[in-house]
Design a protein around this ligand. Structure first.
Ligand code: PLP
Length: 454
């Protein structure tokens, strides 16, 4: 196995974006004038939000896309060979019953009786009830469900609710949105160029040594603890015991747990809760963000929800749900009514069956990827209750961005370097199972050659 230094890699961690926009200038404009920042009439007198200046680089996934495009620009003949096992985007079509829900939802809008305009910002009552019943077995109440346009957007809304004065804790590595939104909100200091950690965030190292579950007890207290299970990027799914421990700890320390369950339907193992509310006492400490994105191929359709328990309180005794409701009613106008009709179809018995089939398909892909790397002698994590596998890279690789570039150049397979998910991800590579099966089979064949150990 050879890991050569390539034009598209060269860095061990995500660097600041240096790409420039390349829009064609309109008549009378010179190319350099469009987005230039000095000696220009378009420069305002408005100070830049200093928190945005703290962000160390572009958001991870566009950066992956930029590097892929740079590679294709240099090697246009490879365009047809490219396989993406990178960003966790779904590829299978929306199944018939669920699709029909969307279509019928759209058709209703063309009739006088069926037409509806703005709806409740918290979502349609029927959908909130069905989420509480079908997905939570009535462990929560419909009034605690806030339907939205997705989990990523809800994480930012949760951050807006908490404001700049809280300290957040994140798993390291983790889905980059928790850290980046904390920075944007002004909760952090600068990023340390050596540790790659932001000041005033508690990084909870998650590696093979602790089963990818954070040891929050041994770390400084945080106000808000972000926990994702099944985890992106590590693919680890937390057990009931692990979740009970962190719920109890959050209670003891007065922290609020923000539980991201976007990959819950991938759970097949026993003793792995699909929701934090399966844990006793969780309603006293936890908020759960969730999404139809990976359930039903709704990544482009956009539908998610957040559960805020009615009894959860801030230090001053005020209700967290009231403030979240304030964010939703002020800065959101309700999820699309067409899309909510699709959500209702997802929760019908037939929709649930279709979702399970979709998930089985992706889990089969995950198994293929897992087996390919295991056969080559790698230590592989995840891929059992999650659509991601997290591969341990041998030391000679020289860094996960190097491995990313080497695989792109030699196999034309897009992966994600672990370092993109935080310093704790260095030394790992994440592969997504969300590709069509034939692409995964082909990628496995190529990886068997490229990743063969010497
Ligand atoms: N949470 C996690 C852990 C994710 O990995 C993703 C998307 O990849 C999201 C949330 C975003 O979900 P949505 O599409 O609902 O915004």
């Amino acid at each position: 196995m050879k890991f050569t230094s390539l034009a598209v890699c060269a860095v061990a961690a995500l660097p600041a974006l240096t790409s420039s926009f390349s829009l064609t200038p309109s008549k009378g404009q010179t190319g350099s004038a469009i987005f230039s920042t000095s000696a220009d009439a378009s420069v305002s007198q408005v100070e830049r939000n200093e928190n945005f200046a703290k962000l160390a680089g572009g958001y991870l996934f566009p950066e992956i896309g930029r590097r892929r495009n740079a590679y294709l620009e240099e090697n246009p003949e490879m365009a047809d060979r490219l396989i993406s096992l990178g960003i966790g985007d779904t590829t299978m079509p929306i199944p018939p019953h669920i699709l029909n829900g969307l279509v019928e939802g759209a058709k209703k809008l063309g009739t006088q009786d069926g037409y509806s305009g703005y709806g409740a910002e918290q979502g349609q009552a029927l959908l909130r009830e069905k989420i509480a019943k079908v997905l939570y077995n009535d462990l929560i109440d419909a009034s605690e469900v806030f339907v939205s346009d997705g989990a990523k957007c809800d994480i930012m809304r949760v951050q807006q609710m908490f404001g700049p004065n809280v300290k957040s804790a994140v798993q390291d590595p983790s889905y980059p949105v928790y850290v980046d939104t904390s920075v944007m909100m002004g909760q952090t200091g600068m990023q340390d160029s050596k540790t790659m950690q932001y000041d005033n965030i508690v990084y909870m190292k998650c590696g093979p040594e602790n089963g990818f579950f954070p040891d929050y007890k041994s770390l400084p207290r945080a106000d808000v603890v972000y926990l994702c299970s099944p985890n992106n990027p590590t693919g680890a799914a937390a057990t009931k015991e692990q979740l009970t421990e962190i719920v109890e700890l959050c209670k003891e320390r007065g922290s609020i747990l923000v539980f991201d369950a976007a990959y819950a339907p991938f759970i097949r193992s026993e003793n792995v809760p699909k929701s934090i509310f399966e844990i006793e006492g969780a309603k006293d400490v936890a908020i759960e963000v969730n999404s139809f994105s990976k359930y039903a191929g709704f990544t482009g359709v956009r539908l998610g929800w957040t559960v805020v328990p009615s009894g959860l309180k801030f230090k001053d005794g005020s209700l967290v749900r009231d403030d979240f409701n304030r964010v939703m009613t002020t800065a959101f106008n309700g999820a699309s009514n067409i899309v909510q009709a699709g959500g209702l179809a997802c929760l019908d018995e037939e929709g649930q069956k279709e979702i399970n089939e979709l998930i089985d398909y992706y889990l089969e892909n995950a198994k293929l990827l897992r087996e390919t790397f295991e056969k080559l002698g790698y230590i592989v994590h995840g891929g059992i209750d999650a659509p991601y596998i997290f591969v341990e890279l041998p030391e000679e690789v020289g860094g996960s961005w190097d491995a990313f570039s080497m695989i792109l150049e030699k196999s034309q397979v897009v992966t994600i370097p672990g370092a993109g998910f935080g310093p704790g991800g260095e030394g790992f590579l994440r592969l997504s199972a969300f590709a069509p099966k034939d692409s995964v089979i082909e990628a496995c064949k190529r990886l068997e050659v490229t990743m063969k150990k010497d």
